[in-house]
Design a protein. Sequence first.
Lengths: 703, 89
Amino acid sequence: MGKQINVALVGNPNTGKTSVFNQLTGLTQKIGNYPGITVEKKEGVTKISRILTAHILDLPGTYSLNASSLDENIVIELLMNKNHKDYPDVVVVVSDIENLKRNLLLFTQIKDLGIPTILAINMADRMERKGIELDIPEMEEQLKTKIALISARKKTGFDELKKHIKNYSLLPTSPCCNVSSIDKAYFDKLQQTYPGQDRYKLWLLITHDANFGELDRNTVKPKNGLPQKTKDEIKRLQHKEVVARYQFINTMLKSCFKQDLNLAKGMRAQLDKVLTHPVWGYLVFFIILLLIFQAIYDWSTIPMDYIDEAFAYASQWVKNTFPAGMFTNLLAEGVVPGIGGIVIFIPQIAMLFLFISILEETGYMSRVVFLMDKSMRKFGLSGKSVIPLVSGTACAIPAVMAARNIENWKERLITIFVVPFTTCSARLPVYLIIIALVIPQKYFLGFISYQALALMAMYIIGFGAAFAAAWIANKSLKVGTRSSFVIEMPDYKLPIFKNVGLTVIDKTKAFVIGAGKIILSISIILWVLASFGPSDTFGNAEENVKAEMASSKQNLQDIDMDKKIASYKLKHSYMGIMGRSMEPAFTPLGYDWKIGIALISSFAAREVFVGTLATIYSVGTDDQETIKERLAGEKNTATGKPLFTLASGISLLLFYAFAMQCMSTLAIVKRETNSWKWPILQLVLMTGFAYLTALIAYQLLNL
Amino acid sequence: MELCTFVFIKSKLINVTIADLKKGQKAIIQDSSARDIPLKLLELGCLPGNEVALLHIAPFSDPMYLSINDTHLAIRKETASLIQVKSED
């Protein structure tokens, strides 16, 4: 049994810190959440020597210890709290060769905390191409540390890094840069007031509005004549701190860092000329978007069809294999289709994350943010809202999470608020079947299908609603936040396959488990509601149907009889009773109680709609053609006219376009905004608006 | 009269900011201490004495794509107009 130490990886965003982490831990890594918040916690294990293993924690990327976001707070909270179980024995600051200067800013801050700190300079393979030379021994001397030149891409330098980790206890823990010079009198006073505490830690406590473990913020309340600093004074001192650190870094780099700019080559300038161009830039973005849509809606359907068939088969298999009874039915009609309803989205989600992670890895996403920011801001959104809005066309859940990197709280809130309007993949099966029912299969100008146009219109309506809602929210929200938009434009890089692959696996897993739990439990509840009812009607379904048949002198085949009984059972199940009692609310929209039930059950997840209708119309299969035929023949019980007309169809389409019918999204919005206020507002406003537009559309078209 | 002109010119000189630069132009940062400049920007190297180059401007002249202190980043025009610079040419 060897010894295990804690190693924390810290670094700026875009330094390849995650690649270093992936290289060190490989598939041993685990992705979880920090307790209570939704910041990802990545950890793994690596073998350092025969007797030493290291638990590696990949901390969120940060530019400094002056945290401005939830993710960055994690870093300080851990590094300040000696009693934390993950408190590192040694910190590895991952820097990249081209942005050494500002990476060193973070390094000097961490060094001040008195933790053994190693500097790992990543992308060392680019040194030659960029004409860079480093005097490593001199740098080690001045920074009072050990340095490893590594390349996560070429997998070099890791033996040296591990050697430094192994010898971590020999590293000096003294600071390399004296920050108390920015206001000597104040820092001396601070030290006098709290003898035995570290000056820099005290300073961090004063500048942050948070408690860090055992160092309680109340302990730095002004006392013993310690002058209290105003917000502006603190800001000015932070400014001075940054200047002081850069002075130290610049002096050091002057002697240790040489770059022959004539040798420096890069494709940044050429690529930026096209990708940030006022015309070509947008064109390229548009083409990439088309490609993503194509991938999600066309290429993904192939595996999705297989999954669909596999689950239908599994359901059937369960029914045939296990002895008939309650449990078998729950399994075959509740659990298996419930799981199927989640698994079917894996290809689309995986495809979407594949594209998004490639766009981010290459550095292209920052250019999109740059191009879109101004136009998005007119709607109270940020350039950084593009990513959530595009992701929303697959699923609102990862999209809401993707809004996290928007610094401005108001812009982030509006983004989260409007994302559920974008046409997510769960609306697609609903749209497809309704459009097929009510839009004629004819061609505009002889070659453009009206049905395809209708589908496109639904997408436009979705985005249109999102932007309109954002505009209104922007006008009515009184959240006073300063606009602080800073985005790094990283160098273009070829994506590292391992990183992309791991991201796709992690995100897909998170979706399946997170959303899956909810979809699964709802589908079980639905099954129970649809499978039980009061004993006098539901319990005697067979006798009642037979009696009804006998009195109307109808003779039915066994198979039709079974369907009739199933349909009768559903009508008198608890769900049927609920649906019929709510019928008056749906009649003005052109729906009967059956559609009403499908609507209500869609609040668990929209894709339930088709399945519910399938059960209700006792077709007994999810095959869309037969449901369609059955629906086309359905009569409205009140008017006797066909149930699906242009009016009720359009009304239904509009309802699905606008209504907030997704429990999982509401749950994630609650988590991300940390309040029930926003999800409840979404539910009420979106659904109210959906009801109103559906009502108006039906009444107008029915005139 | 002359004094007036002098004051006028001087105040104009003082108020040159990154937002006034043209595409491709370089300048030296004079002051970045305004209250509304995010600390993050300073940490990325937006400090007096450092060179700034305006590389690209998005349509409607906002945001602005800069290179400061070897770091490439984009900021909004309102932030850019708070950072005073002295043009190099």
